[in-house]
Design a protein around this ligand. Structure first.
Ligand code: EPZ
Length: 417
């Protein structure tokens, strides 16, 4: 296994280019199941979660040809409709193949994704929506066993805004008979990206990016060449890295429209952010202000930036209250930050942070993807050396984060243990 070691206290300086969005790549790759022929996908990040969905697809008989950040995908010879536990248990977003398999084959057997570190993460809303489209769903030996003779359009109301739930139902609906309307749909940029690709494939979708999405089923879809959006969470992580190290970073290739809530909160904390062409220039200052924030579905402050922002608040002047409203257990990294001297008190879904002048380097352990990013940020700012174990969590969603940081001047490296 790898660990990351950081000698803290170095202000970042230089330029970084943001990779493609993991959470756009996963649904876009799953959508390739909807039709035969060669799809060509650009800007696909080289991260573990993408490799996992590729493995699930090749298990189904899909052919994948990688050439750097470009991936060619062909599902002409689908020879299975099941995704095994050994793969699904490592990534709950594997459930994204359910909708496309039902559309293409009329059946699917997907291991029920377990919970994960950040919460129970049920898929009841995915299944409820599919059954309203005429899908028979049974749970057998830990698998979701789903079948339908024909997907029919339906009026679907999500009790909670669900990103992959919206994506799954959108993919099930594109070739269903009639009209499907998704109410209280997720508005995340990754949902819009998937809708844009599906439309290029010949789907008829209106309203992606709003809370009501309408899909009129079509007879045929066609393979496309499609470039996915940049990763707004990686970009937000680098903005925060510039703030926490009081450095100056030119962040290239990010989409500012996807990051307004994060930019606003970071500006409130006292850093400077200038829009420059296809990117941002981020300048951290010595005085960091404590800022309260609450995570919300898009366009609110993203839950995937909560841990990173909390790390910054640990060295702010004054107090801040961080409220997590999306997941039930997304403060597991706090215990590790406290090992570095952070003064944080958890009360249910809230973290009360008392900013301090410095954090001190320590041995800490990553618990989930965004928690790992938080510990890296804290290590960049801490006095002395920080050693982060279980960085396989980090590698699920960040392409070469430590390499990119070292190119910005940080003293950071990996060791085996
Ligand atoms: C997506 O997860 C992202 N993953 C997550 O990113 C992100 O944190 C999350 O959306 C929220 O923005 C991908 O896109 C692959 P949800 P998803 O369904 O779709 C509850 C990362 O770090 N819910 O929007 O699984 C659920 O428990 C990851 O990149 C149900 O109750 O999240 C949660 O409380 C972490 N029933 C809330 O809805 C359901 O059927 C939002 O979850 C589905 C969801």
């Amino acid at each position: 296994m790898d660990k990351i070691i950081i000698e803290g206290g170095v202000p970042l300086e230089g330029e970084v280019t943001i990779s493609g969005a993991k959470n756009a790549a996963l649904p876009v790759l799953s959508a390739c199941l909807l039709t035969g022929g060669w799809h060509t996908l650009d800007n696909i990040p080289n991260v573990k979660d993408v490799r996992t969905i590729e493995e699930i697809l090749s298990n189904l008989g899909v052919v994948l040809e990688e050439n750097g950040q470009t991936l060619k995908v062909n599902s002409d010879n689908l020879n299975s409709y099941s995704a095994p536990y050994k793969l699904v248990k490592t990534m709950r977003a594997s459930i994204l193949v359910l909708g496309p398999l039902l559309s293409r084959l009329g059946k699917a057997r997907i291991s029920l994704p377990g919970g994960c570190a950040i919460g129970a993460r049920p898929i009841d809303l995915h299944l409820k929506g599919l059954s309203s489209m005429g899908v028979d769903i049974n749970l057998e030996h830990g698998d979701v066993v789903a079948s339908t003779d024909k997907l029919r359009g339906a009026n679907i109301f999500f009790d909670i805004s669900t990103v992959t739930g919206t994506e799954n139902l959108m993919m099930a609906a594109v070739k269903a008979e009639g009209k499907t309307t998704l109410h209280n749909a997720a508005e995340e940029p990754e949902v819009v990206d998937l809708a844009r690709m599906l439309s290029q494939m010949g789907a008829r979708i209106q309203g992606a990016g709003t809370d009501t999405i309408t899909i009129i089923g079509v007879k045929e879809l066609y393979p496309v060449r499609y470039a996915i959006i940049p990763d707004r969470i990686e970009a937000g992580t680098f903005l925060t890295a510039a703030a926490i190290t009081k450095g100056k970073v030119n962040i290239k290739g990010c989409n500012v429209d996807h990051m307004e809530a994060v930019i606003e909160k970071l500006l409130d904390s006292g850093m400077e952010i200038e829009k420059r062409g296809e990117g941002l220039v981020a300048i951290g200052h010595d005085k960091i202000k404590g800022v309260d924030t609450k995570t919300m579905p898009f366009p609110g402050f993203p839950t995937d930036m909560q841990a990173q922002f909390t790390a910054l608040m640990c060295i702010a002047n004054g107090w801040s209250m961080i409220r997590e409203t999306v997941f039930e257990n997304r403060f597991m990294y706090v215990g590790e930050l406290k090992r570095m001297g952070a003064d944080i008190e958890i009360n249910g879904s809230q973290a009360l942070v008392k900013g301090k002048r410095n954090l001190s380097g320590a041995q800490v352990m990553a618990t989930d993807l965004r928690a790992s990013a938080s510990l890296v940020l804290a290590g960049l700012a801490a006095k002395g050396q920080t050693e982060i174990s279980r960085v396989y969590h980090l590698d699920r969603g960040y392409q070469d984060l430590d390499l990119k940081l070292s190119l910005l001047g940080s003293k950071i490296w990996r060791e085996k243990y």
